[in-house]
Ligand binder design. Structure first.
Ligand code: CU
Length: 158
């Protein structure tokens, strides 16, 4: 009986998966998860954090992004300069996403920087972000507006 149930669960899982991937011919080479938009501040800047996984066996790279309400977007990293954390554009203007690896964009680290922000967004708002990859092309994902200090785990108050 247990086995039968397990079989049914697996079968349903497969069917759901098949239905979902019907429009795409194969598994996505790049998957983007946990997209968070740090866009509540009453300033003209904001940032985006996310997990980017390269499921393919070819190295890829994030080249840029586009978001409605962000006049300019840059890819930034945080580095120590004279004992102070500062952010600056990533070397080479891109974030490498090596084959088979996951790269985390997070508070205090790599991020997609929104400049010339049109207006602050309310917590919980859904935001579309268009990501441009060297190999995978353009991938549009949706993120949610979170508290400025919210880390990937949601428990860091720094
Ligand atoms: Cu930045």
């Amino acid at each position: 009986m247990k086995r039968y149930l397990l079989f049914v669960v697996l079968l349903v899982g497969l069917l759901v998966q098949a239905a979902c991937s019907n429009s795409e011919s194969k598994a996505a080479p790049i998957t983007v998860e946990n997209v968070r938009a740090n866009m509540t501040m009453p300033t003209d800047t904001g940032s985006f954090w996310m997990l980017i996984t390269n499921n393919s066996d070819t190295d890829d790279a994030l080249l840029g992004a586009a978001v409605d309400g962000c006049g300019v977007i840059e890819l930034h990293d945080m580095v120590m300069e004279n004992d102070v954390m500062v952010m600056r554009p990533v070397a080479g203007g891109k974030i490498p996403i090596p084959a088979g690896q996951t790269v985390e964009l997070k508070p205090g680290g790599l991020h997609v920087m929104c400049m010339q922000k049109a207006a602050p967004l309310a917590l919980g708002t859904k935001v579309k972000i268009e990501l441009e990859f060297a190999n995978a092309g353009t991938i549009t994902v949706e993120g949610e507006v979170v508290e400025p200090a919210m880390s990937s785990g949601g428990m860091n108050n720094n």
